[in-house]
Design a protein around this ligand. Sequence first.
Ligand SMILES: Nc1nc2c(c(=O)[nH]1)N[C@H]1C(S)=C(S)[C@@H](COP(=O)(O)O)O[C@H]1N2
Ligand SMILES: [Mo]
Length: 410
Amino acid sequence: MSSRLDRLLGARLPGPPGAARRGPFRDGAFSSPLHSERRAARVGVWLGLAFAVCFVTGLISHLIQNPPGWFVWPASPVWLYRVTQGVHVATGLAAIPLLLAKLWTVYPKLFEWPPAGSPSRAVSRLSILVLVGASVMQLLTGLVNISEWYPWGFFFTAAHYWTGWIAIGAVLVHVGAKAPEIRRGLARRGSPGAAAGLTPEQAHERAGVDAAAEAAPVSRRAFVLATGLGVGAVTLTTVGQTLTPLSPVSLFAPREPGVGPQGLPVRQTARAAGTESVGADYRLVVDGPQRLELTLDDLAAFPQRTVRLPITCVEGWSADATWTGVRLGDLLEEAGLPRETEVTVESLQTGGLYRVSTVAPPHARSPLTLLATGVNGERLSPDHGYPVRLIAPNRPGVMQTKWVAQVTPA
Ligand SMILES: Nc1nc2c(c(=O)[nH]1)N[C@H]1C(S)=C(S)[C@@H](COP(=O)(O)O)O[C@H]1N2
Ligand SMILES: [Mo]
């Protein structure tokens, strides 16, 4: 494709004046092995893996929250979403040091001279601009979001989703366009290993320098070690938000399992949601052929169940708790709703993104799905959803609606 484009547009662009080839622009300005094709390819493999896993787990989370007709997410195993979302956040964070390392290996190309020797080079460099832009944007906004800072409001989820597609598309284009370099870079030692972007003649000329530099072990090892330590440190200090033994070192995790009212973190407080005062006139409405309007006493007359289930926030933290309440399925049955009914659970909250959630049949009829009134042996605190909250297995936190007022067939 590149040669056809070049032929169409007239092959080579004019070269720069010799006087401009100074400093980083001069030939051979970057001879360190850290900028070799080999280094770039190897870091690229790890970065690509992190991106791929992060993308797939992100897509899973998106599909659960916006299910198309063909998508069915099961209610068991109860820990599955906890794992996929934990992996999503962990790989996204691990990608940050990997991306920095990758940019370090390739930044000398910024000084490539001439900036674009041919039209196809110009296109290829533009595609890298998209790749770097989307990757940096994706990782940074993700990081800011899990740090409990929401400068965007509603926009984040949609932006994160579409930037994810752009980034992964740009990765595929990049891998396709760089296939020869990647193959050379990953080949066993002794390959030319020349810095990319050189003509074959230049590469040949410099091969000796490059091979010698690549053979110098100290800086190469230090680089691999530093990158590895970066990834390890970020991972260790993050997974503490879901693995309790590591929570003392969870620096990047704003919430820790076990820390918060009733031994559980809080995502949005009752005060912020405007649901602090619930009066004696509270009724839980379950709409159906036999519409139910239940006081808290009515609710207490139903069989009470206890389940152990985690809250798993999309932001990566998760915490186990013991919930007590009435099975959602029991209430749906009492209201005369058929087993295959999908329902909408609505909060007392009047605004906010998470005031409503949809419960598909696998979850609606799961014996583990409760409209809970208690947690960890106490009555629900206002922050955890008093008087009634939804708790269902294998579901993102955003769909565990607090302060439930109404259940309606969807
Ligand atoms: N009505 C309502 N329910 C909600 C939310 C909300 O903002 N409003 N936040 C959700 C989110 S994002 C999470 S992670 C869980 C957290 O529950 P917790 O605050 O009890 O830990 O509640 C969910 N339920
Ligand atoms: Mo959440």
